[in-house]
Design a protein around this ligand. Structure first.
Ligand code: SOE
Length: 386
């Protein structure tokens, strides 16, 4: 079996999730090539070396350009904050590498457009934006049921992606809260996932209208090296800086098939940890999903006799369910990290078979357009057509 050498840029939260995905994909699924943990890259020598030895990477690098240009490396895996995605992804495509990139694809539509064109001009390369929730068995089942007509014509999408990890005003101003490093607040970080799911399950979005809010406008400066997503450490100076992204955004959308949608996102929803949820209402039934109960999908069918109608909970752990045949017996659920394994397995197969994988950089561009239009609508106070 062919080896595929992976070069991973970044090694924190997403670096861990991706490493275990590359390592496990071939153990759990029959895939067409063997991913090799070739090189991991980061800024701080001691930390990147410690990561490599703990997680099984063969080499380390402190320079992403060296990794991108390395003749033995086939795939560039981008796990760094989004302000670094564009340069790395562009250089990787130009060096003839397949690219597996964390979301959202870029900081701006203009950058995403350039990446999408570059990818278009290199049809031999696989490019992928890691909206991992598409590869949850429950979401895959929802897609199958929609395609089988069980929900009928879709009238409504109701998405809510809520977290609470910056609700403390003393949580420091990490890169997630500055426009130059994150591009957007939860509209980019979280609604990018909801928009991806809505495009996967319902259809494309043609117009948006949105309101956004900032609840805390200044925060203590961070010790960036000691901080991560969900955990912030303040620096010792006691100085503060301006929050330059929204804290919450509530967006309404029109779909190309006539459905209406809503997308709520906030990092100020106390008690919501990773509440990535949606409801889909159609002419024959409804579906409900909430990541905090990720092994379940709720379904209401208009085809049931009226006296027996009600939401039923499907435990999505049968081997017939998407991706589940590789895992445990029925009732033995899976977790967050498994979505990354599914994405890695699909990506490897796409590379070997010369196929594309969704969502790709063209989808990443379209998602970026929708999110930016949302924030433009919030600042102008009117609907924006796409
Ligand atoms: C933080 O909000 C975060 O880690 C996102 O960046 C991820 O995409 C999401 O899956 C979980 O929350």
């Amino acid at each position: 079996m062919k080896n595929l050498n992976i070069g991973m840029i970044g090694y924190k939260f997403m670096g861990k999730a991706h490493t275990q995905a590359w390592a496990r994909a071939g153990q759990v699924f029959s895939i067409d090539a063997r991913p090799i943990l070739h090189t991991v890259c980061g800024k701080t020598r001691g930390a990147v070396e410690a990561f490599a030895s703990r997680w099984g990477w063969n080499h380390t690098s402190l320079d992403w350009r060296e990794v991108v240009d390395h003749p033995e490396i086939d795939v560039i895996d981008i796990c760094v904050p989004q302000y670094l995605h564009f340069d790395i992804a562009l250089a990787a495509l130009q060096a003839g590498k397949h690219v597996f990139c964390e979301k959202p694809l870029t900081l701006t539509v203009d950058q995403a457009h350039i990446l999408s064109e570059e990818a278009q001009s290199r049809p031999e390369l696989v490019h992928y934006v890691n909206h991992n929730y598409r590869r949850l068995p429950a979401v895959g089942l929802a897609k199958q049921m929609i395609d089988q007509g069980k929900v009928g014509r879709i009238y409504h999408w109701r998405g809510a992606y809520l977290q609470d990890w910056i609700i403390d005003p003393q949580f420091p101003l990490t890169w997630h809260l500055r426009k130059e490093t994150s591009g957007m607040g939860p509209q980019g970080d979280l609604n990018s996932h909801s928009v991806d799911l809505a495009r996967f399950l319902v259809g494309d979005i043609t117009a948006v209208t949105c309101m956004a809010a900032n609840f805390i406008t200044q925060r203590p400066l961070p010790d960036e090296a000691a901080s991560g997503t969900f955990s912030g450490t303040r620096d010792e100076s006691g100085a503060v800086g301006e929050v330059s992204v929204e804290d919450a955004a509530f967006m309404l959308a029109r779909f190309d098939n006539g459905a209406l949608g809503s997308f709520e996102t906030s990092r100020f929803a106390a008690g919501r940890k990773n509440y990535n949820s949606f409801e889909i209402y159609g002419s024959r039934g409804s579906l409900m999903f909430n990541f905090e109960r990720m092994n379940e999908l709720e379904f209401y069918s208009m085809d049931d006799p009226p006296e027996e109608r009600g939401f039923k909970t499907i435990l999505v752990t049968e081997s017939e369910h998407p991706y589940m045949s590789g895992w445990w017996p029925p009732g033995h659920g899976i977790g967050y990290e498994h979505t990354f394994v599914h994405a890695a397995a699909d990506f490897i197969n796409a590379v070997v078979r010369g196929e594309s994988i969704k969502p790709d950089f063209h989808d990443g561009l379209q998602i970026q357009r929708i999110l930016e239009a949302g924030l433009e609508s919030a600042s102008r106070g009117r609907e924006i057509k796409l």
